[in-house]
Structure formats: C-alpha cells, structure tokens
Design a protein. Structure first.
Length: 492
C-alpha cells in the first residue's frame, strides 16, 4: 500500500501526458505502421514477416490483441501504457536502492515520465516500450547480481537479456557493457562449473523456440540470424543513399538534450563525475547505485556517439539520465529546494511536450481516406510513407513507391491516385521531382511530417548530421501542405 500511495498518482500523471491527444494522431512513422500490419498477419497465421527487424517477440506479444481488434489506436494505447509501466518499475527500483521518501519517489516518476523524448517514443507502435520494460528488468536483476553474487541472480539477468533480444535486436549493444561489468566484478560466477552452459542455453533458447515457430510457419531456420547479418553487412545503400554505420559526432546528443530536454539533464551529465567522484572512484571492488547507473549511461553515450545517430540510440538509458539528475539535485539542494527545482523541471517538460509533440499531433490522414472513399478509389500509391494505411477502407489497395518511375506500372495495375506524402522528405528519398511540379487535386496539412523529433529520429536512416537534419525540417515546416493527392493517369 505504501508503494501504491505514491506510485499510482504519479503514473496517472505520466499516463495522462503520454495519452493526451493520441486519439487524433496517426502512427508517426513507417515502422509503426509496418509493425501494426505484421502483428495482424501473425494473428492470422501468416508468419512470413515474423522476424522483421529481428523482433519476433514483439509481434507474438501483440498477436492475441489482433484477434479482438484491428484498431491501430488500441495497439498505440497499449504500447504507451507498457512504457508507463517501465517508468514506474524503474522508479520503484530507485526508491528502494536510494531510500527515497514517498514524495520524492513520486516526483522522480513524473520527472522521468514527462521527458520530451520518452513521451515522443511512447506514442508510436515500435519495440521501444517493451525494450524499456525488458531493460528495466535487466537493470534490477544485474544490480543484484553485482551486489550479492549468486548463480540465481546471474541467470535471472541472462534471462532478461534473452527476453530483450527477442524483442529488439539493439539489445546486442548491451552485451559489451555487460562484459565490462563482468571484467570489473571478476568474481568467477560466469565461469563456474555449470554456469557458462546455463548462460549459453538461456541465450539460445529464444532463437531455438522462436526459430522453430518460424520453421513451422514455412520460414528457413536461419531467417532470424540473417536479419543480424543484413544489419551488419547491408551490401548496398539504403533508399536514402546511406550505407555507413559509423559516424563520429560527439555533439549530436548534447545538442539534442540542450534543444529538446531540460538543461538539468545536460548539466548533470557534465557534473556527475565531479559531484559523485567519491562514489565513482572509491572502493572500486564494491558496486554502488550511482556508479552502476553512471556506468550504463556513459557507456551507452560513448558507444552511440561512434555510430549513426538518432535520439532512440539512447532510448534504453535515457531515463537513467533523469535519475542521475534527480539524485544530483537532491544532493545539492535537499528538502524544499529539491521540490522547487524538480517541479520547475517538470513544468518545463510539459511546456516542451506541448511545443514539440502535441502541436504536431492532429492528423489529416483520416480526411485523405474519407475523400478517397467518397471518390470510390480502389488503389492508392504513396511516396515512401504509409501513414494513410490504417485509415483506408478495407479492400483499398495501398502501394508504397520509392521512385516516381514506378508509377506507370502501378497505373496499369489499376491504381487510381498517388499521394505525394512528405514522408519522402523526412527520409531524404528525393525521387519525385516531376510529380511535385504537377498541380495536385487536393492538399492537406500533416503537422507530424514537419516535427523536428520525427526528422531527428530518421537521421540514422538518412545518415545526415544533426544540423543538416534540422535544416531539412525547417524547409518542410515552411510548406503549408504535406499531403498532396494526384490522379494517376491510366497507361497502356
């Protein structure tokens, strides 16, 4: 009951912030729509895309929901609430280990839960929410493994890694960090007789079980490992022309934190090594909470600064930045001062959420779908994006093209209209010059397609720098209409 007394109200606030206005939103990106489609396929017994993005666990988790509803909003709400649960679970862990009073634990929960990026990422339909939940489980289990070493604690940690890998291939990035922690710990638990093969068995179990599910569905046994191989060795440039995986840009994430989050977070990342130097450097053989959290946070920040950038690169440890900020402020200004600073930071979060998320939320895709239904359209072509898909009438075909030279062939197949969806601009797939010069039949605004956060989330796909990405976003925001519809002339 003590936990409910502070956690319940705090999570209600976080849920309200996450869900506000979501009923008027569309799925914000290609992957969200594709995941919604794949979950429905899996629910119907079609497993051909089970290993899309190396995330079979995600599709299988949501497949039962698709037996009762196909509304993408239901999946969107559920995914948002999973992310809220991850915030609450992390807060319970921090409260216990840092011995926080109930009021301070509630403030920490709201502070983390209202951060701009975690709010933005908690409103899509991607693997981010379940990834956060799995990482929170790992974070707690592995802390106990370091604090009170035992084979049971080690195996619980490995089980969370296996669960995370079945949901999101980016859990692979966790393995080097865990290796560093193990080398630091050097207690021999991992290599004790009976430990190493149990660890290997747990890690292999999802690949064996879910791989067998895939084989039963007609897929080759190597489909899941092949996803990893294609990610590491793409072989060809993606549609935006990007092929590299490495991009040294040490200022990308600091700029993002400064522009879109509270200055408190960036200041804390600079101050932690000085403010907590005794906890970080003293008694290195004994782990403590601050050293543990800082180890995860700075290791991710350093590693992701070497790879292609997008805010989601720091998704798993993003909340840890806020925890470190809270604990640091608590050390500097305890009591009433902490309350004032944290409430001010929460207020700033909400203001920025309004400016960077709510302002871009209302979607025009339902109006596009209504107009097409009134015209009796049976086939629509969309440029790169498929945001219209969840709103189209059942039976209306939607084809996604990456180049306008594909249009004549689709016209011959009976497609009626082409929607020049400005998602092409977000992804930097600029192969629609001729189409753009034609006068459209109808136009609509789509604010989300001008969102800075959406553009930055695609900078990993485009390979563009932070500055170049926001330059494209500013150009898009000057256009009053992001959805333009054209009649697709029939050809022979």
């Amino acid at each position: 009951m003590r936990t409910i007394s502070w956690l319940g109200p705090a999570l209600l606030v976080v849920a309200a912030v996450r869900l506000h206005g979501l009923s008027a939103a569309a799925l914000p990106d290609y992957d969200s729509v594709r995941n919604w489609q794949i979950v429905r396929e899996v629910a119907a017994g079609n497993l051909s895309n089970l290993f899309h993005h190396g995330s079979p666990g995600f599709s299988l988790l949501y497949a039962p929901v698709a037996w009762f509803t196909t509304s993408f909003h239901v999946f969107q709400y559920l995914n948002a609430l999973v992310a809220v649960a991850a915030v609450g679970w992390l807060a319970v862990f921090i409260r216990r280990e840092a011995a926080l009073p109930a009021l301070e634990a509630g403030l920490l929960t709201v502070l983390m839960g209202t951060s701009v990026f975690l709010t933005f990422s908690g409103r899509d339909f991607t693997m981010s929410s379940w990834s956060l939940l799995a990482f929170t489980g790992l974070l707690q289990a592995y802390y106990q493994r370091l604090r009170a070493p035992s084979q049971a604690a080690l195996l619980r940690s490995v089980a969370w890694v296996a669960a995370g890998l079945s949901i999101n291939y980016k859990f692979l990035l966790i393995l080097p960090i865990l290796a560093v922690f193990e080398l630091w710990q050097r207690d021999g638990q991992l290599w004790q007789r009976g430990s190493w093969w149990r660890v290997g068995l747990i890690l292999l179990l999802p690949y064996v079980v879910l791989g067998a599910v895939g084989v039963a569905g007609g897929l080759p046994w190597h489909r899941w490992p092949a996803v990893y191989y294609n990610i590491i060795n793409p072989g060809a440039a993606n549609p935006a022309g990007r092929i590299d995986k490495v991009q040294l840009d040490l200022l990308y994430y600091p700029r993002f934190l400064w522009d879109f989050e509270s200055p408190l977070v960036l200041a804390t990342l600079v101050a932690v090594p000085l403010l907590w130097r005794r906890e970080l450097l003293g008694n290195l053989r004994r782990i403590n909470l601050v050293r543990y959290l800082a180890g995860w946070a700075y290791a991710f920040l350093a590693g992701m600064s070497l790879l292609l950038k997008a805010p989601r690169g720091l998704l798993l440890v993003y909340a840890l930045f806020w925890v470190l900020a809270f604990l640091s402020v608590r050390r500097l200004v305890p009591g009433r001062g902490l309350l004032i600073v944290v409430l001010g930071a929460i207020l700033l979060n909400v203001i920025r959420v309004q400016r960077e998320i709510y302002a871009y939320t209302p979607s025009s895709y339902p109006r596009v779908a209504t107009w097409l239904r009134e015209q009796g359209a049976t086939g629509v072509v969309s440029t790169v994006g498929q945001g219209a898909a969840p709103f189209l009438e059942p039976g209306t075909r939607l084809a996604v093209v990456l180049d306008e030279r594909q249009l004549p062939a689709l016209a011959r197949q009976g497609y009626d209209y082409v929607l020049l969806d400005n998602y092409w601009h977000v992804t930097n797939v600029a192969r629609f010059d001729s189409l753009r010069r034609e006068p459209p039949l109808k136009v609509w605004p789509e604010p989300m397609l001008t969102s800075p956060l959406l553009y930055l989330e695609h900078s990993e796909f485009t390979g563009l720098s932070y500055r170049a990405t926001l330059s494209r976003q500013r150009a898009a925001s000057r256009d009053p209409f992001q959805l333009q519809l054209y009649r697709l002339p029939r050809t022979r």
